[in-house]
Design a protein around this ligand. Structure first.
Ligand code: BGC
Length: 761
């Protein structure tokens, strides 16, 4: 066959297949809509309002030993009398998948005995795997996943989380978190994919695809991307506090990951629990309805965060009662309220608000249609229950390996003076520090329990750093002395010196000191801090270790980048392991000895000073050469991470010098492994707009790719960059690309090009 004919023929078939798939999707969508609309027409106001209510499992039963037992009368009251549409949360202990099967089985049975037989939508926070399902495969927390800069690993984490969640009968996850990790004081920075909107969008979309696609199959879930938006950027750095951000900045930085997620089909969105410019996000109609539903075309449903309608009244003093808060929130576009306890009040209030004409029936119908559509898309009407027995790969070696691989690619080598690392497996080492022998610190919050405080019990079968090091180096070569310990009572962030002198003594006959510092587990408000410096006790331990003269290898096991400028110069090496979860210590041991070559890169800027918590995305004025100091001067920059091999960049090329706004640039660069071992490198493309009417950011990440290179091997990476992606949001909230010069930077190479015309998108 003539090649041209073959191309036409193949193209023709592709077109037919594409058209068939598209029309199948349209038919399914049309069928779902027709079914849901018909159902909504039959429903009473009480039934509709019930669908909009979500309650927490704790209010429906009690813990008995290692189990949770539903109270049948409470369950009936919620599901039958009040027609509650959704239940969430773990009861304070993680249940096994089999126990979840029983609990959710009883809930679905109760739902099936109601008049409409509408399945209850159960949701859990799967922040790093199914962390509320006992023995499930946990992954590094999002900050570590981001440090891999590898969307494929993040996609796999999504696939595995969805599979294991379905083994536990749960079809809905409150993840991924798409907040930008821009404020190092904020206690949830580790729940994010770092500080950059592009990296966050890419990884968020990869995760969503892994979890959701194809929605409706028995091993997929609906995601809830959260917390829409700018939750992570409060002025104070404290959880759930006010952010002051103009709309063009919201659109430039915080909106893109959510827009990308909605475009990728995210079915539900959870709202920022805090306030922006003094307005609680839960009553911000402009953000919820105008932007999310109308402008971005979001067809799924919006769920509140925990108790957040009540917060509008109690915390934020916007109304003088809950009923008015409910009115404002539902009218702003909230579809489902995570109440989470007092559901009777919510249902009664909303019913009377409709009867009083304060909330329209069409708003209620819209909300219920959205909720039922997601239940239908998940196929819950036909298959409300899934069971562990149909998921033979639950917690399999294969899944554990995926978690290990993610941890191994996340660990970031920040300093390696005189190539002290890797070290020999026969070396004698002292393992010290409060993070040395703790599964709790390796996992962080959202692990088995909300604050992750029982992880040492639930994850005892996995290795702490001390255990992994002992396995690797042999018992005879490993000494352990904690030096500093977390105070397990009261304030979890506190630590106390145990016996630093004893640790110093223990160091006398070892070759290396593995100093494991960082933070204890926390999340949300209990994780607020007033001081971003690493604790004084840990600094004291580090200084004592440095003073011994032995090479100190600092292992940072922390959710937030705590300031460590006093000790960095004295240590020989620094490895940031973030919160790498249950296989993180094994991966660390392999990196220390060189069985694995580190390839993680910082997804955040690591600050050097507490008064310089500036991100890599900033204006040129942060680096004005002020003689008093104070310029942007991080400890380590965003995107930084060393390897045991070396890479050389060459031949940075762009296909043209001048582009119109609708054109796409083709940019290529060659990377060569010039060292003596295989290694992975993240090729990062930064672009700077050199002159613009709104002061441009110094540089922005626009593309990246992780490549694996053998010794001596080269690869050419090609990026396609539409000029449109370089547009910025101006103060009139319009995306504009202004004519002028731009600079491209890849590693140590740079070149320029011109945009020849201004365009508003
Ligand atoms: C958190 C959310 C979480 C929800 C349900 C809230 O306190 O802010 O991230 O999804 O609880 O557990």
């Amino acid at each position: 066959m003539h090649p041209l004919f073959r191309i036409i023929k193949n193209g023709f078939f592709c077109l037919i297949i594409f058209s068939c798939l598209k029309s199948h999707a349209q038919t399914t969508e049309a069928a779902i809509n027709a079914k849901v609309n018909a159902l909504v027409k039959q429903m009473t106001l009480e039934e509709k309002v019930g669908q909009m209510a979500q309650v927490s499992i704790e209010s429906l039963g009690k813990i008995e030993g290692e189990n949770f037992v539903l109270d049948p009368s409470k369950l009936k009251d919620a599901v039958d009398n009040y027609k509650i549409g959704s239940i969430l949360n773990a009861p304070g202990i993680p249940l096994t998948a089999a126990q979840w099967n029983v609990v959710i089985g009883q809930i679905e049975k109760a739902a099936n005995e109601t008049k409409r037989k509408i399945p209850v939508l159960y949701g859990l926070d799967d922040n790093h795997g199914c962390n509320y399902v006992r023995d499930a495969t946990l992954f590094p927390q999002e900050i570590g996943q981001a440090a891999t800069w590898n969307p494929e690993l993040v996609y796999n984490a999504g696939v595995i989380s969805a599979y294991e969640s379905r083994a536990a009968s749960v079809p809905w996850t409150f993840s991924p978190v798409l907040d930008l990790g821009v404020n190092p004081q904020w206690p949830r920075i580790w729940e994010d994919y770092g500080e950059d909107p592009y990296l966050t969008s890419q990884l968020g979309v990869a995760f969503i695809k892994g979890v959701q696609n194809p929605l409706g199959s028995k091993d997929k879930l609906a995601v809830s991307v959260k917390h829409y938006m700018a939750y992570s950027d409060p002025k104070s750095g404290h959880d759930r506090s006010d952010a002051w951000i103009p709309e063009n900045y919201l659109r430039e930085y915080h909106l893109p990951p959510f827009a990308a997620a909605i475009k990728a089909g995210a079915r539900t969105v959870m709202v920022n629990s805090a306030l922006i410019n003094g307005i609680p996000t839960h009553i911000n109609k402009h953000l919820l309805t105008d932007i999310m539903k109308n402008e971005l075309g979001f067809t799924g449903f919006i769920v509140t965060d925990w108790q957040d309608i009540e917060n509008v009244y109690r915390r934020d003093h916007i109304t003088s009662n809950i009923k008015d808060a409910t009115m404002l929130a539902i009218n702003a576009g909230i579809d489902m309220s995570m109440i989470p306890y007092n559901y009777k009040e919510f249902c009664t209030d909303l019913i009377s608000l409709v009867k009083e004409g304060k909330v329209s029936m069409s708003r209620i119908d819209d909300a219920v249609t959205r909720i039922l559509r997601v239940k239908e898309e998940l196929n819950l009407f036909k298959i409300p229950m899934t069971y562990l027995k149909d998921y033979p790969n639950f917690a399999s070696d294969e899944f554990h390996k995926a978690s290990y691989n993610t941890a191994a690619e996340s660990i970031t080598l920040l300093k390696n003076e005189n190539n002290v690392l890797p070290i020999s497996k026969t070396a004698k080492v002292l393992v010290t520090g409060p993070n040395a022998n703790s599964m709790r610190t390796l996992n962080g919050g959202w692990s088995y329990t909300w604050q992750g405080d029982k992880t040492d019990y639930y994850a005892k079968q996995y290795n702490t750093i001390l255990e992994a090091i002992t396995n690797k180096f042999g018992k005879e070569n490993v000494k352990y002395d904690e030096g500093v310990s977390y105070n397990m009572k009261g304030n979890w962030s506190q630590d106390s010196a145990v016996d630093i002198d004893a640790a110093v003594k223990a160091a006398s006959d070892v070759d290396y000191i593995l100093l494991c510092l960082g933070e204890n587990s926390y999340t949300e408000t209990p994780g607020n801090i007033n001081d971003v410096d690493l604790s004084p006790n840990q600094i004291e331990l580090a200084q004592a270790m440095i003073k011994t003269g032995k090479p100190v290898i600092l292992i940072l096991n922390e959710g937030r980048p705590r300031v460590i400028k006093k000790i960095v110069p004295g240590v020989a090496a620094v490895l940031d392991i973030y919160l790498p979860s249950n296989f993180g210590a094994d991966a660390l041991a392999d990196i220390l000895t060189g069985d694995v070559n580190p390839s993680g890169k910082l997804p955040i800027t690591y600050p050097r000073y507490p008064n310089d918590l500036v991100n890599y995305i900033h204006k040129p004025s942060e680096g004005g050469g002020n003689p008093q100091g104070g310029d942007f001067n991080p400890q380590w920059p965003f995107g930084f991470g060393l390897s045991y091999t070396t890479f050389a960049y060459s031949d940075l090329k762009i296909n043209k010098n001048s582009f119109s706004p609708d054109e796409t640039a083709e940019i290529s660069v060659t990377i060569k492994n010039t060292g003596s071992r295989e290694g992975k490198e993240v090729v990062q493309l930064f672009v700077s707009d050199l002159v613009a009417s709104l002061t441009p950011d110094v540089k922005r990440l626009r593309r990246f790719e992780k490549v694996d290179l053998q010794t001596g091997e080269s690869k050419t990476v090609t990026f396609h960059l539409p000029m449109k992606d370089l547009a910025y949001v101006n103060p009139a909230n319009k995306k504009i690309l202004e004519a002028g010069d731009f600079k491209i930077q890849v590693n140590n190479l740079s070149t320029k090009f011109t945009v020849n015309k201004t365009k508003t998108f």
